[in-house]
Design a protein around this ligand. Structure first.
Ligand SMILES: Nc1nc2c(c(=O)[nH]1)N[C@H]1C(S)=C(S)[C@@H](COP(=O)(O)O)O[C@H]1N2
Ligand SMILES: [Mo]
Length: 385
């Protein structure tokens, strides 16, 4: 863990309005009210998640593709990818599997950056489709045993936990006509910034953020998942009886890695900890989303700790007429009566009928927390009630 890593290429971050969770490597998230001010999250409010020092690269940077189905390694510069392939833009929620880890950490200690509900953002990403790039070198659905193949991604930078950041997705997701996996070079209509993976990153809509590898260096077609730390020893939901590092060490290989994320919503405004006056009408807003392209069917909001519920008004624009997949999040608002010292909670239902549960089930890495909002209830002297 205490490796000598070179942090001399970090960008200036003076324009970011984020709360820093960890300085080196840089991890920061917006406040909940800032998060729901705009449907497309501006960069100043977009969380940053890194596992090592950021490299500084330009469009001459080379990406190599190798592995099953290829006799020799193929190479493209970022410049070539921009010129040779059609540009596609998608709106998608980037959500860290550790979003809302703080809720699980209140149950019992977890391992990882203690994120609040802001390890998420809704971005507009543009780049070439990975399917088109792979197709141009003969990797397509005709490949035998496609159902057992994976696409592994490796990054440039060295991380605290591994020699580079790495991850993989099933090849079938990468080749899915409507899967929208991109090699993205733009975010929110501007070139990618260093914090978000410049000059090129993978974006995998509907999947946890960990699969969207930044500073992409190589793409490998292989017959097993990535052997990276971030695929094998992290981002997995261990059963709640696995409580120590030693127990986890034996268990990692028995549990599948997380791909699509689960149904999620959060009350962002009013922010956590705000004490409401007695029986006041409040305008409440937040976000909701689900993984795998599933849309949000309903968000229920309660101002009395889940005794009664009111349906929120959803804002979930269709941003792409070529697919039924919903990669973007949904923002919602509702006017409700709120009582003092009660939890304002939301529960989203996705289009497959998955619904958020009241209590979280703790897991060692504190991933995929999607329970109702938990808050410390405090009196006016800030004592926990
Ligand atoms: N190269 C690289 N890619 C990476 C990471 C990283 O540390 N290094 N972190 C991953 C994780 S865990 C998440 S949640 C997303 C976050 O993307 P963002 O920082 O652009 O919001 O990037 C992913 N890709
Ligand atoms: Mo993440």
């Amino acid at each position: 863990m205490s490796k000598q890593l070179d942090y001399s290429y970090e960008p200036s971050r003076q324009d970011l309005k984020l709360e820093i969770r960890k300085d080196k490597p840089f991890n920061a998230e917006p406040t909940p009210p800032d998060l729901v001010k705009a449907y497309i999250t501006p960069l100043e409010h977009f969380f940053c998640r890194s596992h090592g020092p950021l490299p500084k690269l330009d469009d001459h940077h080379v990406i190599s593709i190798q592995g099953i189905g290829l006799e020799t390694a193929q190479q493209f510069t970022v410049e070539q990818l921009k010129q040779q392939f059609k540009k596609k833009t998608i709106v998608m929620a980037m959500q860290c599997a550790g979003n809302r880890r703080d809720g699980l950490h209140k149950v019992k200690d977890t391992k990882g950056v203690i994120w609040g509900p802001g390890a998420i953002g809704n971005g507009s990403y543009a780049g070439c489709r990975l399917k088109d790039v792979l197709g141009s070198i003969g990797i397509n659905c005709q490949l035998p045993d496609i159902g057992s193949l994976h696409v592994a991604f490796e990054s440039v930078e060295q991380c605290e936990e591994d020699r580079c950041y790495g991850s993989s997705i099933p090849l079938s997701k990468a080749l899915d006509e409507f899967g929208d996996v991109l090699l993205a070079y733009e975010m929110n209509d501007a070139p990618l910034t260093q914090d978000h993976g410049a000059p090129i990153r993978v974006v995998v809509p509907g999947y946890i953020g960990a699969r969207s590898v930044k500073f992409l260096k190589s793409i490998i077609i292989q017959n097993q998942e990535s052997s990276s730390y971030f695929q094998q020893r992290d981002y997995k939901i261990l059963p709640s009886h696995i409580e120590t590092e030693q127990q986890a060490a034996e268990y990692w290989c028995k549990v599948p890695s997380i791909g699509e994320f689960n149904v999620q919503s959060y009350v962002c405004d009013p922010a956590d900890g705000q004490v409401e006056s007695n029986c006041r009408q409040a305008r409440v807003s937040g976000y909701a989303l689900s993984g795998g392209g599933r849309g949000i069917q309903r968000v229920d909001v309660s101002g009395d700790d889940g005794k009664t519920w009111k349906e929120a008004i959803l804002y979930q624009p269709k941003t792409d007429s070529t697919t039924t997949n919903m990669w973007g999040w949904c923002l919602w608002t509702v006017e409700i009566n709120v009582k003092r010292n009660t939890r304002i909670v939301s529960r989203a239902v996705d289009t497959s009928g998955n619904i958020q549960q009241e209590y979280p089930v703790w897991n060692y890495r504190g991933v995929m927390n999607n329970s109702w909002r938990t808050i410390d209830r405090r009196d006016k002297n800030n004592a926990v009630l």
